[in-house]
Design a protein around this ligand. Sequence first.
Ligand code: SAH
Length: 230
Amino acid sequence: MRLFSLILLLFSGWIIHGQKDPFESARQKMVETQIVSRGITDRATLEAMRKVPRHLFVPSAFIADAYTDGPMLIGYGQTISQPFIVAYMTELSHPERGKTALEIGTGSGYQAAVLAEIVDTVYTIEIVPELALEASARLARLGYKNIVPKYGDGYKGWPEHAPFDIILVTAATDHIPQPLIEQLAEGGRLVMPVGNPAGVQELILLTKRKGKITETRLVPVRFVPLKRLR
Ligand code: SAH
């Protein structure tokens, strides 16, 4: 009996140990050295970046590099954005509980997960079917019940769920898609890269107040091109 309890104790210890996140300290370091140090101050954004296990959003072969200061390949010619860019776009969108967000370009699902830690619901659209499938399985496995993913062309937004307080586009075009401007709520904020899709773009913040659109140009960025379904 005693031996049995000992084995049980060892076994449960192993399970608890097995569940401990081996990347916890790498993630906290990422937030301090790449994000806080570059001026991100929004508390909710920082908390979300401290919490979401980025290593579970990258291909397992590259898991050791998940917290490095740059974008990473996720397959199908696509990338997961650099941690700082995810934090910066999140902060710019003024995320708060009670808000609804739309993301165009689910990719790995990481940006959607960061937003979903803060806002009520995140709708997210991905145009590469394999990535859409992988991301939705991953987000379900990680328990994100407030993310609604779908496969499709995000250029047209998601009119059935509009308006959105937040719209993030994580792929580049040379103009802001008109359907997205229309689906932005009063007081809403849209953040996206605009410019040469094959080169460097500018991160743009678009706000809508009393129906009036204001555009602010921020920093140079480099995103993969926004594709269109034909
Ligand atoms: N936000 C992602 C990174 C996205 S990379 C993350 O956190 O991992 C850009 C993604 O946009 C790619 O996966 C690409 O396939 C997708 N994409 C490109 N054009 C699109 C479109 N028209 N609609 C939806 N997704 C699109």
